[in-house]
Design a protein around this ligand. Structure first.
Ligand code: PGA
Length: 251
């Protein structure tokens, strides 16, 4: 009922040349998937155009971006609008990633405005949330998740919510090699699905895809995908290398 979704978040890695090389090698090595799995590559902005041209040749991979403005245009030096990304062929947008929250000061309110702007363009937001290490140790994980959900996407109308993808990424697991256990992730995912059911209805809770992110690797992907409420992964480090990404996609 929920097609598994594997998303590569390359962060600030990947020149145009490196992106095209990745794609060439990916095409060569990736056999047609045996089961339905949706694959998305999110390179830096500068590689999106070349990637979209290369993807138009028929590879079953979609494209996403890692950030955008909440405005459509205007005097916002250095910003990129959702409609520009739509024009390039982006189907997905990673929003609210913990690196944006902590290193670039993005608040729940800013993220919620970005989600709304992206949905207006019919792009699918991949809304990220997750607790820090001290928050988990202090027993505040579910409380933090609930706040991020209600302030980030609580206001999204049901009709728009159909497009929503949520990514649970415990901050302490990102880029550390220290992933959550499948049980810890499942507990958070179950809580998130329950929140969607209460706020948006059980039908949407049944169809909303919830991804796990944080040190996903070829070794641990299958253990996450076995959990009832884990529908895919948002992969950072292990998505930069073709072989390890293919092993994840073929979990
Ligand atoms: P990681 O990053 O897989 O390198 O931990 C995940 C993410 O930040 O989305």
């Amino acid at each position: 009922m929920r097609t598994p979704l594997i998303v590569a978040n390359w962060k600030m890695n990947g020149t145009v040349e490196e992106t095209l090389k990745f794609l060439t090698r990916f095409k060569r090595s990736w056999k047609a998937p045996t089961s339905a799995v949706e694959v998305v590559l999110c390179p830096p902005f500068t590689a999106l155009y070349s990637l979209s041209v290369a993807l138009s040749e028929g590879l079953p991979v979609k494209m996403g971006a890692q950030n955008c403005s909440w405005q459509e245009n205007g005097s916002l030096t250095g910003e990129i609008s959702p409609s520009f990304l739509k024009e390039l062929g982006c189907h997905y947008l990673i929003l609210g990633h913990s690196e944006r929250r902590t290193l670039f000061g993005e608040t729940d309110e800013m993220i919620s405005k970005k989600v709304a702007a992206v949905l207006q363009q019919e792009i699918t937001p991949i809304f990220c949330l997750g607790e820090t290490g001290p928050e988990r140790e202090g027993g505040k994980t579910l409380q933090v998740i609930e706040r991020q959900l209600s302030q980030g996407i609580g206001g999204v109308e049901r009709g728009f919510f159909e497009k929503m993808v949520i990514a649970y990424e415990p901050v302490w697991a990102i880029g550390t090699g220290l992933s959550a256990t499948p049980q810890q992730a499942q507990e958070a995912h179950h809580f998130i699905r329950d929140w969607v059911a209460k706020q948006k209805g059980t039908a949407l809770a049944g169809t909303t895809r919830i991804l796990y992110g944080g040190s996903v690797s070829p070794q641990n992907i299958a253990s996450f995908m076995r959990e009832a409420d884990i529908d895919g992964a948002l992969v950072g480090g292990a998505s930069l290398e073709v072989d390890s990404f293919i092993r994840i996609v073929n979990y």
